[in-house]
Ligand binder design. Structure first.
Ligand code: SF4
Length: 295
């Protein structure tokens, strides 16, 4: 039995069936968000680590507005460590909690210089010893700056995997291990991206757009949000190419357990046109998930 996974879900599902369903849901979401990626801008591991620390309680969009100036002024760990505190606080002010964040970033720079020759270490056990860095931030850095698979359990990820019935755990570390047992390791980083994208765009905390959801037929929580396709479509915070329409808006999702449940989606359905890849994210007005607590 997978640790943290329900022995049987609502549909009396075995652990084998759960694994199959989880992998299928992941594949469908990956097709739906083929351009899913880390939404923080960075050019090297240090920039990503700092950006992730700054993303606590703000949006990635806001962090991306602040970091170009920050990294131009303080390009390496030594510069961050020796920064003028008042100046850095002014730069970081738009991200909120700017005094604490200035403190964390300066201490982070100092520790990197003192213990790692100014470089970001590519190991979880080292990363989590750094100021302001917990497993979530470490997994963001490992997965996106070093290509080492990591599961980023943020507020979106945890909410979604519980709604999906993949786990009943609340503790982020237990969620990480439970989900890691369902999905192949090499997919962990992309899994994190597509779930965070889905949480930001469709399966919102308060108003999930079930009627416009590409995995509705495999989700035991279908119906907790708006199921009318037209109304659900209006809930999407979903960048589409100009003139494009949501491919799910016109069709009613197949409900879990219905005769057609399990049928494959039509080829190409759900894939946002490539023209949208890299399109600027919409301000979401919710705390970032990539580093909501930067821990
Ligand atoms: S069906 Fe509803 S609850 Fe399930 S993943 Fe889709 S939006 Fe979320």
């Amino acid at each position: 039995m997978v640790s943290g996974a329900p022995a049987r879900t609502a549909g009396d599902e075995s652990s084998v069936a759960l694994t199959r369903r989880a992998r299928r849901m992941y594949r469908m979401l990956h097709e739906h968000y083929p351009y899913a990626h880390c939404e923080l801008d960075f050019e090297n591991p240090l920039q990503l680590l700092v950006a992730t620390v700054l993303s606590a309680q703000t949006t990635d969009v806001m962090v991306n507005k602040v970091t170009p100036q920050l990294f131009a002024r303080y390009p390496d760990a030594a510069a961050l460590a020796g920064a003028d505190r008042d100046e850095m606080e002014t730069l970081l002010k738009p991200t909120g909690f700017f005094r604490a964040k200035t403190n964390s970033v300066m201490k982070l720079g100092a520790e990197l210089v003192e213990r790692f020759d100014g470089e970001v270490p590519p190991r979880m056990k080292d990363l989590v010893t750094l100021p302001g860095v917990g497993r979530k931030t470490a997994n963001v850095a490992l997965g996106n700056a070093f290509g080492i698979p990591g599961i980023t359990v943020d507020t979106h990820f945890g909410r979604l995997v519980r709604r999906f019935g993949w786990t009943t755990e609340d503790d982020p570390v237990k969620v990480e291990h439970a989900v890691g047992a369902l999905i192949p390791r090499k997919e962990w980083t992309m899994l994190s991206h597509v779930l965070i994208f889905h949480g930001r765009r469709t399966c919102h905390a308060k108003k999930p757009a079930c009627g416009a959801c590409p995995i509705a037929r495999l989700c035991p929580s279908y119906g907790i949000g708006e199921t009318d396709p037209v109304k659900a479509d209006k809930l999407l915070k979903f960048e589409l190419a100009p003139g494009a329409t949501n491919p799910y808006a016109a069709s009613t999702p197949v409900l879990p357990g219905s005769p057609t449940a399990g049928a494959s989606a039509p080829a190409g359905q759900g894939a946002v046109p490539p023209a949208t890849a890299g399109a600027p994210s919409q301000p979401r007005g919710i705390p970032t998930s990539t580093g909501a607590t930067a821990s």
